[in-house]
Write a protein that binds this ligand. Structure first.
Ligand code: NDP
Length: 259
């Protein structure tokens, strides 16, 4: 895969994650992009990384303003070689990785009996095995630094289940187990591991649902609205910055759904 890099370094505003290097997978759009924007506003150096090289470059270019420090490095999180290349490039550029947000994800919804093995496997590969592939090389860097923040974007579906999403629920529940176990294994090295479990968030992923289905879900959300990508980004910022005594936690950000 070709690698596009855009860099601009200049004075950075102070903030909750000042000068920390953050990799966000699947950050070309949606929740990942909103996380990038919030971390940039709080002074981080941000790696935009998406499967699509053009989208990666375009998003990095758009965010590269007002003294922001952004590079765009495309990466397919299901491909170990692509992941190694991305992490190597980030370390060559900035020498460290402080924050990893495993955000890239897909859905392939179907009722269990109709679900194909391909639909099952694609969702497990992109939402769960990807975290294994990306976190491994990053944890090597964080372990040497004796500092790191791993934040995995799970889902309320992984906590509570959801009809028609058995593959996605299994992947996100697996990601929660992954998160809690890394918290135990890496606490002694100053590395925290947490998950954010979004509810129903307004992105391309949910825009493909019918109006009828959207209204049915909204009926169950006490706050009465879909969440915004920024609602999730604020939770990630907390776990990346101020929430330094929080590890092994799953922070549900869902407007009260399932309460
Ligand atoms: P989007 O589909 O809007 O964005 C996901 C991004 O990830 C896309 O740019 C997509 O690229 C990219 N991507 C897909 N596959 C890969 C891959 N193999 N390697 C790298 N990048 C990839 O989704 P959201 O922003 O809504 O979702 C972000 C995360 O939040 C996901 O993990 C999702 O499961 C989770 N989430 C979302 C909820 C919601 O309501 N929106 C609710 C709960 C959890 P492309 O489009 O080219 O495939």
């Amino acid at each position: 895969m070709t690698t596009e890099t855009q860099t601009k370094q200049s004075g950075n505003a102070g903030g909750k994650v000042k000068d920390q290097v953050a990799i966000i997978t699947g950050s070309g759009r949606g929740i990942g992009r909103a996380i990038a924007e919030v971390l940039l506003r709080e002074g981080a150096r941000v790696v935009i990384s998406d499967i699509n090289a053009e989208v990666t470059k375009q998003t990095a270019d758009e965010l590269n303003k007002d003294g922001a420090q952004v590079i765009g490095v495309p990466c397919n999180v299901t491909d170990s070689e692509s992941v190694e290349k991305m992490v190597t490039e980030v370390v060559a550029q900035w020498g460290r990785v402080d924050i990893l947000v495993n955000n890239a994800g897909i859905t392939r919804d179907n009722l269990f009996m109709r679900m194909s093995e391909e639909e099952w496997q694609a969702v497990i590969d992109t939402n769960l095995t990807s975290a294994f592939k990306v976190t491994k090389p990053v944890l090597k860097v964080m372990s040497k630094q004796r500092f790191g923040r791993i934040i995995n974007i799970a889902s309320t579906t992984g906590v509570h289940g959801n009809a028609g999403q058995v593959n996605y629920a299994a992947a996100k529940a697996g990601l929660i187990g992954f998160t809690k176990t890394l918290a135990l294994e890496y606490a002694s090295r100053g590395i925290t591991s947490n998950a954010v479990a979004p509810g129903f968030i307004d992105t391309a992923m949910t825009q493909k649902l019918s109006e009828e289905n959207i209204n049915k879900i909204l009926d169950k959300v006490p706050l009465g609205r879909m969440g915004s990508p920024d609602d999730i980004a604020q939770a990630v910022l907390y776990l990346a910055g101020p929430g330094s005594y929080v590890t092994g936690h799953v922070l549900e950000v869902n407007g009260g759904l399932y309460t």
